[in-house]
Design a protein around this ligand. Structure first.
Ligand code: NAD
Length: 290
């Protein structure tokens, strides 16, 4: 019979991902603390679990939770641990902390449960369209088991052993956040000189200053004024801190990274708790004269 999938964490990313797996023909049993998320899932033809333990009683249990704390909390519940049968494969697609992921994998392996870390890049649009970049860490055998499922969500790229996917994801986001800051400063300066922002982006996108910020974030979420990428600023800050801690743990001093973190943190203190991360561009403009 077909692989059964439990899906825990039906937020901005998890809901459209669970929807794609349902459309692909899998039986997906989803769970989230939010009643709203559960009713959206059932409205799209998915099945809502009564609790996390019910979703954990599956062949493959996908997690799309905020962070390592939430992942450890859910998997550490006695009823969830009991529901994870021997041979179950947990796929943590959250942007979690690589060192905590390694420790968790060892703990689960002692219970006969496998773990693959499979965080993603590509945002809510990528989740809806199945065009995510999925960076996986784990053993060859476990990755081979996860791959047919993950293939419905995007392109699977092997990062290395357990935790390597989470490490690359955090480091990617530290780069991305730093790019967005410098892009915003430069764009505001260009505008101050009288340059049309669309013209400047077009030039930079054919030049060496281009990045995800010039190719995607500024044209799609900043210039139109929507600030609606669907990726929260607090989650970006979490990823930046994971990356800086990881750098220090391996003996690399994150000089520019730490500076970016303190600046993003200062902005986060002033912005709404649920602010989109692209609102940093507007915040930088508002503080440009200081
Ligand atoms: P989100 O806040 O929209 O969703 C998280 C969901 O987890 C929420 O619905 C919340 O109710 C649920 N949840 C929290 N604790 C729970 C628990 N104990 N049991 C059950 N459900 C619980 O976040 P998101 O934007 O979907 O991001 C999820 C993960 O993906 C994060 O690690 C984030 O950094 C990462 N990510 C997000 C994006 C993006 O564009 N939004 C892109 C790439 C990666």
């Amino acid at each position: 019979s077909m692989t059964s999938i439990g899906f825990i964490g039906l937020g901005r990313m998890g809901l459209p991902m669970a929807g794609r797996l349902t459309s692909a023909g899998y039986r997906v049993l989803g769970f989230d603390l939010s009643e709203d998320a559960l009713s959206r899932l059932t409205a799209e033809g998915g099945h809502a679990a009564d609790d996390a333990a019910a979703a954990a009683a599956a062949d493959i249990v996908v997690l799309m939770l905020p962070d390592s704390g939430a992942v450890e909390h859910v998997l550490g519940k006695a009823d969830v641990a009991a529901a994870l049968g021997e041979g179950t494969l947990v796929v943590d697609m959250s942007s979690s902390e690589p060192l905590r992921t390694r420790a968790l994998a060892e703990k689960l392996r002692r219970q006969g449960v496998g773990l693959v870390d499979a965080p993603v890049s590509g945002g809510v649009r990528g989740a809806e369209r199945g065009t995510l970049t999925i960076m996986v860490g784990g053993s060859d055998e476990e990755i081979a088991r996860a791959e047919p499922v993950l293939g419905n969500l995007g392109t699977v790229v092997r990062a290395g052993g357990t935790g390597a996917g989470h490490a690359v994801k955090a480091l990617n986001n530290l780069m991305s956040a730093t790019h967005l800051w410098i892009t915003s400063e430069a764009m505001h300066a260009g505008k101050g000189f009288g340059i049309d922002p669309e013209v400047m982006l077009a030039i930079v996108n054919g030049s060496s200053g281009r990045s995800g910020s010039t190719e995607n974030k500024w044209p799609n979420f900043v210039l139109p004024g929507g600030y609606d990428s669907g990726f929260a600023l607090r989650l970006m800050l979490k990823d930046m801190r994971i990356a800086a801690d990881l750098s220090r743990a391996v003996g690399v001093e994150p000089v520019l990274g730490d500076d970016a973190i303190s600046r993003w943190a200062a902005a986060a203190d002033e912005l709404a708790a649920d602010a989109d991360h692209t609102e940093i561009a507007r915040w930088i403009a508002d503080h440009a004269g200081e």
